[in-house]
Design a protein around this ligand. Structure first.
Ligand SMILES: CCCCCCCCCC/C=C\CCC/C=C/C(=O)SCCNC(=O)CCNC(=O)[C@H](O)C(C)(C)COP(=O)(O)OP(=O)(O)OC[C@H]1O[C@@H](n2cnc3c(N)ncnc32)[C@H](O)[C@@H]1OP(=O)(O)O
Ligand SMILES: Cc1cc2nc3c(=O)[nH]c(=O)nc-3n(C[C@H](O)[C@H](O)[C@H](O)COP(=O)(O)OP(=O)(O)OC[C@H]3O[C@@H](n4cnc5c(N)ncnc54)[C@H](O)[C@@H]3O)c2cc1C
Length: 672
């Protein structure tokens, strides 16, 4: 059977020659990345969207105002739902729907941006059966548009300090939702400003003057026909952002707004008509929508980095600049070792983030079905894992995307490259769903507890079993036969374990000297978040290992293993200070890792285009002139620039208004 190599008529010859070098079948690699069923569905879906012109951008979004962007994406999202049954096999499959949305709408946001990713998951996890009937069904049926309003102007991280109040009024069997101060205004919720008519609102539950902490309430905020804000509600858009500007992130205030008692989401915590409160089975069960998004973000961030890598690698095979050997002609910029070193590690990260995204979604589904039965044992493990992954993955994605942008030289800085927008959306991920540093410290709390258990000879959970293993004094990297990478993975494990125990010991010492637990924590906070990062990077490397081991096809396994080995080398060098501190690695071993990494860059080079083709991002989805599949970059860059609104006339009014009078006056002065 011939290997699929994604060659199509009209392709740039350079790219065709590159594709012919692939050692593997790109469709099989796509199956390894997405799962074979989803890979097939994605392919078919992209073809269908290509044929449905109502789903196409009416012009490049870069040339639109915010209002045009909102309107354009509202138009497309409505068309998308109108045609959904003809395009996707299973509209309840988030992955398929996300792919449809990427193709038709892009990543700049749309009126249902938070509806599907938080509002519905919050209802699924926290509404009781009767409430599901009342809101979940209409929400799934698009009869209402919802958002998730938790963050306030004054507080996003420290949820205990949220000020919005939900005071129970026994006499009327209602809650009174109120915004007591300007800092209590809800601030940031996606699609709140102009689009949503319902919100899941976090507010402090107050019964008979006693506060029970914040809980989630369903609040209708706009009239379903006129779309005007309801009485007692102030709502609007918070203004333009770094990116994601087709989303109307909003503010929201309540002036003693009344809702029925049964609008509190009551699957777990409950309030009866006499004001009797029932505690949930786990104090943080109301945070489930956040955990849901953190779990989907891992794979999505991988896709963002995969998109940027695709753009930069394809462009690097079209762009020629400079000669390696004088007189032998200009080379493709991907032939420079520095360019490969800039891009291939990002490609490897994109792969492993997607693999980790899949693993973490499986764990989330398990925890969700456990929660349905009131079982919450794995919630803390999931919270720790997603907190670490969310932080490390977004951070590395953004750093990686910036490398991709710079690797495209000047054209990378143009919005035509497509990178600025996806970078802007991805970088938001460092902040939303829990600021990265704060979430790393959440994982660190878990790790410190794990150390305590380890000292009793027990494990807190599967993810920290390795803490029970003894530490090796010296690494075997370079001391075993070439091609064995077990010692590399052991090095990740070693430096994570060492940092975790080191900081745990330091905390104990400070407390032994009489320092309070909280102050000791502050003194060691930077070291604690380092421990969390190292633990997560070990998890990612181990996840890559599991994936490579699971692949049956020899050609795919070999190509993936090259990426995996590159990942091990590159990430180890990035963290090498930790391994040098205790002389676990010696200087010659570091040199060995470097040399092996350079060798792998050369090995991967012929497969580069096919490794990015295997993501199977359609041109419509990438929205990048540089990353076009056919490689016809230059003529299309020129075409794109001509679309700029500044080119609508040869002379724009500002010239006559400001510059011309100034120059005339200057000329007159010089003639005097
Ligand atoms: C299908 C399409 C999908 C597309 C998605 C991607 C597309 C890309 C574009 C999308 C763009 C935009 C979408 C963005 C939407 C964004 C939404 C938001 O940002 S919503 C708001 C999110 N806010 C936060 O994340 C707040 C962060 N803060 C917190 O989580 C908490 O305040 C915290 C955890 C820092 C502290 O909480 P709290 O004060 O209540 O904690 P305590 O100190 O009392 O207790 C700590 C104790 O609780 C445990 N804990 C905390 N959280 C959890 C949890 N979730 N689950 C389980 N356990 C939890 C913690 O571990 C401690 O335990 P202990 O045993 O005491 O150590
Ligand atoms: C694009 C985008 C979309 C969003 N969508 C939504 C939405 O739909 N719904 C919603 O409710 N919210 C949303 N948010 C809000 C988002 O969840 C918060 O901005 C986020 O949780 C961070 O909180 P903060 O803004 O209060 O940051 P802050 O907590 O003020 O962070 C500022 C700095 O303080 C540090 N810091 C804070 N606390 C600690 C601590 N305990 N220890 C150490 N350092 C600390 C942080 O690390 C950071 O460096 C969105 C935000 C963005 C950017």
């Amino acid at each position: 059977m011939p290997l699929n190599k994604e060659i199509q008529p009209g392709d740039n010859d350079e790219l065709t020659r590159e594709r012919l070098q692939a050692t593997f079948d790109t469709q099989q690699m796509a199956a390894a990345l997405w799962g074979s069923d989803l890979a097939r569905k994605r392919r078919e879906l992209a073809k269908k969207v290509d044929k449905l012109t109502v789903l196409h951008d009416s012009k490049d979004m870069s040339f639109m105002t915010r209002e045009e962007k909102l309107s354009e994406n509202a138009r497309k999202v409505v068309q998308m739902f109108a045609h959904v049954a003809d395009i996707v096999e299973d509209p309840s499959d988030d992955a398929e729907m996300f792919h449809l949305s990427s193709n038709a709408i892009g990543h700049e946001g749309h009126p249902f941006g938070v509806h599907f990713v938080m509002f519905i998951p919050a209802l699924k996890a926290q509404a009781d059966d009767e409430q599901r009937e009342k809101w979940l069904m209409p929400a799934l049926g698009l009869q209402l548009i919802g958002t998730y309003a938790q963050t306030e102007l004054g507080h996003g991280t420290n949820l205990r300090a949220l000020e919005t109040m939900a005071t129970f009024d026994k006499a009327t069997d209602e809650f009174v939702i109120h915004t007591p101060t300007v800092t209590a205004l809800k601030w940031w919720p996606g699609s709140l400003g102009k689009s949503s008519n319902h919100a899941v609102v976090s507010a402090n539950l107050i019964i008979d003057g006693k506060s029970y902490g914040h809980h989630n309430f369903m609040v209708q905020i706009r009239d379903e026909n006129t779309h005007k804000p309801l009485k007692g509600i102030t709502v609007g858009d918070i203004g333009p952002k770094m990116a994601y500007n087709a989303s109307d992130n909003g503010f929201l205030g309540f002036d003693h707004h009344r809702i029925p008692r049964r609008n509190m989401l009551m699957r777990h915590a409950k309030v009866d008509k006499n004001g009797v409160y029932t505690k949930p089975p786990h104090a943080k069960i109301g945070y489930s929508a956040m955990v849901h998004v953190r779990s989907v973000m891992i794979g999505h961030q991988g896709m963002f980095l995969g998109s940027a890598s695709t753009i930069a690698i394809r462009y690097s095979l079209v762009r020629r600049q400079g000669e390696i050997k004088e007189g032998s002609g200009e080379v493709k910029i991907l032939d420079y070792q520095t360019q490969q070193h800039r891009l291939f590690p990002q490609l490897a990260r994109a792969y492993v983030f997607m693999f980790a995204g899949k693993e973490v979604r499986e764990l989330y589904q398990k925890v969700l079905s456990d929660m349905e039965k009131g079982e919450t044992t794995l919630l803390a493990d999931l919270h720790a894992l997603t907190s670490g992954l969310k932080s490390v993955v977004t951070h590395l994605c953004v750093a990686g995307m910036e490398q991709c942008r710079m690797a495209c030289g000047g054209h990378g800085y143009s919005r035509a490259s497509g990178i600025p927008e996806i970078w802007g959306v991805a970088v938001g991920g460092c902040t939303y769903e829990g600021e990265n540093m704060v979430m790393l410290l959440q994982l660190a709390r878990y790790l410190m507890k794990a150390v305590k258990e380890t000292k009793k000879g027990k494990s807190l959970g599967r993810l920290v079993d390795y803490l029970l293993l003894p530490q090796d004094r010296h690494s075997l990297i370079g001391r075993v036969p070439q091609g064995e990478y077990g010692p590399h993975l052991a090095a990740f494990e070693h430096i994570a374990r060492r940092q975790i125990f080191k900081v745990a010991d330091e905390l104990t010492k400070l407390q032994d000297k009489g320092m309070s637990k909280e102050i000791a924590w502050q003194k060691k906070a930077v070291e604690l978040q380092r421990a969390a990062r190292l633990h997560t990077r070990f998890y990612l490397a181990a996840c890559f290992h599991r994936k490579v081991q699971s692949v049956v096809d020899g050609r795919i396994r070999e190509a993936l293993a090259d990426l995996y080995h590159l990942h091990l080398n590159y990430e180890l060098l990035d963290m090498v200070n930790y391994a040098l501190e205790d002389a676990y690695l010696k200087a010659d071993q570091v040199d060995f890792i470097r040399e092996d990494m350079y060798r792998l860059l050369e090995t991967i080079r012929p497969n580069a285009i096919s490794l990015v083709d295997a993501f199977e991002f359609s041109d419509r989805e990438l929205r990048s002139v540089l990353g076009r599949r056919d490689g016809h970059v230059y003529e299309n860059l020129y075409k794109w620039a001509k679309e700029s609104e500044l080119n609508r006339a040869d002379v724009l009014p500002y010239f006559d208004k400001y510059l011309k009078p100034m120059m005339l006056a200057a000329r007159q002065r010089s003639n005097i």
